[in-house]
Design a protein around this ligand. Structure first.
Ligand code: UT7
Length: 341
């Protein structure tokens, strides 16, 4: 049995803003943001757009690509949606906190009447966790064949726009992959290996303190801003460099392959300096890492599937290529997938 990604899609809000535009509102500069993060621009959702809207669009784009590239036999998006067995959305910015899940909203809008649906909260590692969960659910039950795995977040609605250390980092977006369980041929392919790890001792370094059961809003309290992300940037940075290094090493070791066998490493796009530092520690040339952070900033769980979609549509990933994804985020969580495309 092989769990293969057969199509990809992405969706971004239409409004794009530059570092210079942010610098008009807060005490920062394009030069600081670029030199400390590699970020140049980000897309920002408008007041009417919620996470499920972007997730739905990315999902539709992935299904449309599957219809176009002939990797499915169904004739229409509606017909294809009916064949989905599972919809998983990695997000920490659901349309509604608690319930309903964003995945259920997507399931309804797609008309995926036979699909189960659930959200995964693994912050920026959400897509990596989601892909492994989809693979597990497809493997467990003979009847299940297809799953949509989506990473979608609108972090710009829950950052503190007065905190220049965090608000400059994030952008909004969604990425989706259509996953299918296929017969294994002579060669192993598809999702070959996933490593999922967590270090809850770092929970406080990336946290939304208000609104949950630990610290709910109180009756009569005047709330003048939405719940927002607080981050110890240095702590997350140090953790991230270690996490990226550890996961790449572990994935290569598990499969007994060298870095030369890998076509792309697709890292979570949080900070270009994190990727460069990990690459340097591992002695991996910078060209192996796919980076698009300049355009999108950190889109949280969407960053890896957006990157996969870019590569896929530019035909920079070919069948048989080995891809490593690697990510880290709030929780703290981290992990990676090794995929033979
Ligand atoms: O998906 C996971 C999410 N999070 C991350 O990946 C974040 C990981 N951490 C980072 O990427 C980096 O720690 C940051 C980019 C957030 C910060 O970079 P840094 O090099 O660690 O800066 P710093 O926090 O140590 O601050 C250095 C200086 C400070 O000024 P002083 O105290 O040296 O005078 C900050 O006030 O830079 C200042 N600073 C800024 N200056 C201009 C912080 N943010 C800004 C800003 N513009 N936006």
């Amino acid at each position: 049995m092989a769990i293969e990604i057969i199509a990809t899609g992405r969706a971004l809000p239409s409004h794009r803003i530059s570092n210079a535009q942010i610098a008009e509102k807060i005490d920062t500069t394009d030069e600081w943001i670029r030199s400390h993060t590699g970020i140049g621009f980000r897309y920002i959702a408008d007041a009417q757009t919620a996470t499920s809207d972007l997730a739905l669009l990315a999902a539709r784009n992935a299904l449309s690509l599957a219809l176009e590239n002939g990797s499915v036999q169904e004739q229409s998006l509606e017909e294809l949606a009916l064949t989905l067995d599972m919809i998983i959305v990695g997000t920490i910015t659901p349309d509604y906190y608690g319930t309903p899940s964003t995945a259920c909203l997507v399931q309804h809008e797609l008309g995926a009447l036979h699909a189960g649906a659930l959200d995964i909260n693994a912050a920026c590692s959400g897509f990596i966790y989601g892909l492994e969960n989809a693979a597990g659910l497809l493997s467990l039950n003979q009847e299940r064949k297809r799953a949509l795995v989506i990473g979608a977040d609108i972090l710009t609605k829950i950052v503190d726009w007065e905190d220049r250390g965090t608000c400059i980092l994030f952008g909004d977006g969604a990425g989706a992959v259509l996953v299918e369980k296929r017969e294994q041929g002579e060669e192993r392919r598809g999702l070959l290996r996933t490593i999922l790890r967590a270090d809850g001792s770092g929970a406080e370094s990336l946290i939304i303190r208000r609104g949950g059961s630990r610290n709910p809003y109180q009756r009569g309290e005047i709330v003048d801003k939405p719940p927002y992300v607080q981050m110890d940037g240095r702590a997350v940075y140090n953790f991230a460099v270690k996490a990226v290094t550890e996961i790449i090493e572990a994935l290569l070791a598990c499969e007994s392959i060298g870095i030369d066998a890998v076509r792309w490493i697709v890292p979570h796009q949080a900070n270009a300096r994190i990727v460069a530092a990990a690459g340097k520690r591992l002695g991996i040339p910078a060209e192996k890492f796919f980076l698009n952070i300049e355009n999108y900033a950190n889109t949280s769980s969407a960053s890896i599937p957006i990157a996969l979609d870019e590569l896929n549509r530019r035909e920079e990933i070919k069948r048989g290529d080995i891809i490593i994804t690697v990510g880290f985020g709030g929780g703290l969580t981290y992990g990676g997938n090794l995929i033979k495309w």
